[in-house]
Design a protein around this ligand. Sequence first.
Ligand SMILES: Nc1nc2c(c(=O)[nH]1)N[C@H]1C(S)=C(S)[C@@H](COP(=O)(O)O)O[C@H]1N2
Ligand SMILES: [Mo]
Length: 296
Amino acid sequence: MEGLTPLFTGNRDFYRVDTAITVPQIRPADYRLTLTGMFDTPRSYTLDDLLGRDDLVERDITLTCVSNEVGGRLAGTARWLGVPLGALLRENGVRPGSTQLVCRSQDGMTIGAPTRSALEVQDAMLALGMNGEPLPVEHGFPVRMLIPGLYGYVSACKWLTGIDATTFEAVDPYWVERDWAARAPIKVFSRIDTPAPLRSFPAGRRPVAGVAWAQTRGIARVEVRVDDGDWVPAELSPQVDADLWRQWVLPVDFAPGRHSVAVRATSADGEAQPEERAAPFPSGATGWHTVQVVAA
Ligand SMILES: Nc1nc2c(c(=O)[nH]1)N[C@H]1C(S)=C(S)[C@@H](COP(=O)(O)O)O[C@H]1N2
Ligand SMILES: [Mo]
């Protein structure tokens, strides 16, 4: 459908958010991932160690940035290839007392993820591939972390060279030092892709469509309201996986004139997208996405 976000985002179209002024360039032969801190038997890995494992998995995951505004586009979906994170941590005897994994990137960036999520969230991984290609340099070549259900700044360290098993009390990573929340699960979110804001189109029937996400839980319902009308359930694309966004569509009959179109989603575990607007700082934006359009 014209204007609707595709289910998969191409690598070149995938949003990019990082603090790197120049993208870190890591030679595959020089790559090392080093584990430190609260492990019984910490070791380091070469890229061949990771690529040669027999437990690589390929999973479809929607990644989201905490800085995404209501209606914003800082989210994307890819098919990621990688090493299951829980298995790798257990092999090295991560200790029960560790609550935070502080991930370090080649350029010194630090990103802190909850140890429990790294161990327990299904499909958490050290990603090596993206949509059938090696990780693009902009997206973390050669290795990045991914934990479905957590915003990128608390889970998705790119150019990953170190994992320090520690606690939340002991270390404030980069963004937490700057007062962003230390723990940041992704909030239920829906967005209208088409019609675009302030668009003018002929009166009559046309589809309203977009995407909605609530990673690890899945989307149960998306509803659309035009002006002061009732909330009407939209049709959803099949739920491929709870870690993936869902497309939605609703045909609407637009009478001539100006209209306000709003959307809201509910997750499969019953969390409703709140009407109340919150800014992205410090733990992710909330609010219903609303667009103003004109039917001529
Ligand atoms: N090394 C490093 N990793 C990082 C970041 C960063 O600044 N440096 N930004 C994080 C943030 S805020 C997000 S939302 C995701 C974005 O990943 P992408 O650029 O591949 O979309 O990467 C995360 N990983
Ligand atoms: Mo982000």
